[in-house]
Design a protein around this ligand. Structure first.
Ligand code: ZN
Length: 188
């Protein structure tokens, strides 16, 4: 098990679709172990393989809800079905999102409140799960990473421009930036 560097927006692997996983072997199991350890240390509630520079279609998540129920899993080659977005005004406090690949920044973003995830687990079994609220947000965020979409790509104004400025001010948005959880004290 190894803590992996997390690449920062601008790194090309974050901005292109990930390849499907065609075989679940020891290499994928080791990758998933690394991803859980890296996510835990960061800390974060989700991590997609492209965020550690691996262009494969899988993500991990680990989140404890308000009722102390833990939602933890691996989604390999996932697909996601989304309920329509609400059209109410954006709540800047409740609908705030961050990303380990845009560390230290948070911006409001409307997400679907209910999604259905279908994916393969580490044993090669397909599963389907429906998520609401924050877990639905996590699934949408991580699934986007597998499509080559960073959440800042989806922001509306003025947040979109604010995020561009923050990324530019940090010296990101071009290839070559990363950080290592446990060494560099940044957060998602
Ligand atoms: Zn992210």
């Amino acid at each position: 098990m190894q803590i992996r560097d997390i690449v920062i927006t601008g790194e090309p692997v974050l901005h292109r679709p990930a390849a499907l996983v065609d075989h679940i072997g020891d290499d994928i199991r080791a990758l998933v172990d690394d991803m859980f350890a890296t996510m835990e240390l960061a800390p974060g509630v989700g991590l997609a393989a492209p965020q550690i520079g691996v262009s494969l279609s899988l993500f991990v998540y680990d989140w404890v809800d308000d009722d102390d129920v833990q939602h933890r899993g691996v989604a390999i080659n996932p697909t996601l079905m989304l309920d329509p977005l609400a059209v109410t005004p954006l709540d800047e406090d409740e609908e705030i999102e961050g990303c380990l690949s845009v560390p230290g920044e948070r911006f409001p973003l409307r997400r679907s409140d209910r999604v259905t995830l279908t994916a393969t687990d580490l044993n090669g079994n397909e599963y389907t799960t429906t998520a609401h609220g924050w877990l639905a947000r996590i699934f949408q965020h991580e699934y986007d990473h597998l499509l080559g979409i960073v959440y800042t790509d989806r922001l509306v104004e003025p947040y979109f421009s604010e995020s561009r400025d923050a990324i530019s001010d940090a010296g990101w948005g071009t290839p070559g930036s990363s950080w290592l959880p446990g060494r560099d004290h940044l957060e998602g």
